[in-house]
Design a protein around this ligand. Sequence first.
Ligand SMILES: NC(=O)c1ccc[n+]([C@@H]2O[C@H](COP(=O)([O-])OP(=O)(O)OC[C@H]3O[C@@H](n4cnc5c(N)ncnc54)[C@H](OP(=O)(O)O)[C@@H]3O)[C@@H](O)[C@H]2O)c1
Length: 266
Amino acid sequence: MADESAESPRYDVLDELSLSGLHALVTGGSRGLGRAIARALAAAGATVLIGGRDRQRLEDAARQISQETGTRILALAADLSVDEQRDRFLSEALRQLGRVDILVNNAGIGLRRPAVHTSLDDWERVLKINLTVPFALATALAPAMVSRGFGRIINVSSALGLIAFPGRSAYCAAKGGLIQLTKALALEFAEHGVTVNALCPGPFETETNRPIQEDPVAYQHYLSLIPQRRWAKPEELGPLAVYLASRASAFVTGAVFLIDGGWTAH
Ligand SMILES: NC(=O)c1ccc[n+]([C@@H]2O[C@H](COP(=O)([O-])OP(=O)(O)OC[C@H]3O[C@@H](n4cnc5c(N)ncnc54)[C@H](OP(=O)(O)O)[C@@H]3O)[C@@H](O)[C@H]2O)c1
């Protein structure tokens, strides 16, 4: 007979979301969504390294996130679109972090230009940082994750990876490709404790969207498309990233998460 007077251990769901002891690399962590994700991962206990090109902005962001979370944030500047810089970034990130358990492929750029005015250089620039770099980083870091039997890869795609917008052909193609890359990698690593998932944000209030937010006509047009009639704040992405980075999401892989105020539910 079970001793009913014996106390069962207290169940705390937040323990399952703790990232304590895990090491995370967040590309494009100096501002916007990447900064919000890095801050959330750090607040959940991870040791975080952020990347970006602008060293000063990166160091300022690392200092601020450190103050807000009470953790030390590492910062490493590099243009990840340049192969030699990316290789150096990876080896230096591994030297500083020791290992990478969580990779967040967030760095990206947009391009608003009709397809017929999009040069091949534009096309390749957009594809490189939004699709090729996530492939390069994931495939460089995954073998060690596989051998440890644990890893989390989170690719920041976009709602525009699933639905299209005129004037966004390169961006839509890159983000759609990133969703398919997410699923293909998820299948390759599924048996090894390494999950690969995609986040698909709708419109968030970040620097990259400032031209739209400052244009009253364009801003209203977006609001009319979004059932919640608002733009999101970057910090609204953090908790989902924590879940996907944690042990709690072990059975979630190859999944695509929309965070878009109902935009694509139409
Ligand atoms: N904001 C939205 O509404 C929205 C919606 C859907 C998807 N997304 C996606 O979410 C991600 C973040 O967007 P965001 O709005 O936060 O953008 P953001 O404010 O422009 O920030 C982009 C980040 O990426 C870094 N970055 C850009 N190019 C880089 C390169 N070649 N090498 C290294 N770092 C680079 C930037 O730092 P440096 O400039 O210093 O390099 C910055 O830290 C992007 O992938 C974007 O496509 C955003």
